[in-house]
Design a binder for this molecule. Sequence first.
Ligand code: APR
Ligand code: ZN
Length: 238
Amino acid sequence: MRVAVFSGAGISAESGIPTFRDDEKGLWSQYDPYEVSSIDGWNRQPELVWGWYTWRCQLARRYEPNLGHRAIADWENHVDDVTVITQNVDNLHERGGSSAVHHLHGRMFTFRCSDCEQPHDTQLPDLPEPVLEIMPPSCECGGLIRPDVVWFGEQLPDEPWNAAVEAVDAADVLIVVGTSGVVYPAASLPERALELGKTVVQVNLEPTPLSERATVFLQTSASAALPGMAQRLRFLVD
Ligand code: APR
Ligand code: ZN
């Protein structure tokens, strides 16, 4: 049995990762979230966006993968293939032990030049307190270094998207976990799986537009539903 996983912010919520609207110190609370997570915001105020990401990365390093991430990694010991497609920019799937993870919306711990696109190994400073504005480092070409995430107003990168479509097409089962399913094109992946006649299992604390169409909707948390799930599904799908 081949399993594809499509995950969103809900799976990392149990590790304590705040959504981008939470702001522990309130420093950015006077700004619209769009200002720190859009290409327009970056073009207007790169220092503000870099300050925000520096602090977000620092917070995110403290969080640990939870039972949900670890369960998905453990499935690799029980089924033929497990491919993770995530909308999350954290690295908790990787740290939880998953070997194939495709980040549709990029990764917060990798950086690239905003002009020449070259990847950059940037060490972020350890800050005792959040700093509202920090000047981003520059590339040799003169461009500013930016996080390798997909902002509002930007296209999804081709490579993870193509890998995601391939994984859905090859899968027997798609497990959709912790995503509201409102951000496209990512949200079209479960629809594609259903059209192809795949088994689609949804895990979410709340119903979403997908719930009525999914083969199975489990209204519960990722950490409760995922441990052992692939082992049980194997008997249904094989
Ligand atoms: N277990 C399962 N589901 C959960 C849990 C949990 N412990 N906690 C929350 N959820 C569910 C919520 O019910 C909600 O449906 O997770 C979903 C989270 O939805 P969103 O916050 O909209 O996150 P996501 O779907 O990942 O957002 C997609 O939107 O903000 C942009 O680019 C960003 O990648 C992100 C995209
Ligand atoms: Zn450059």
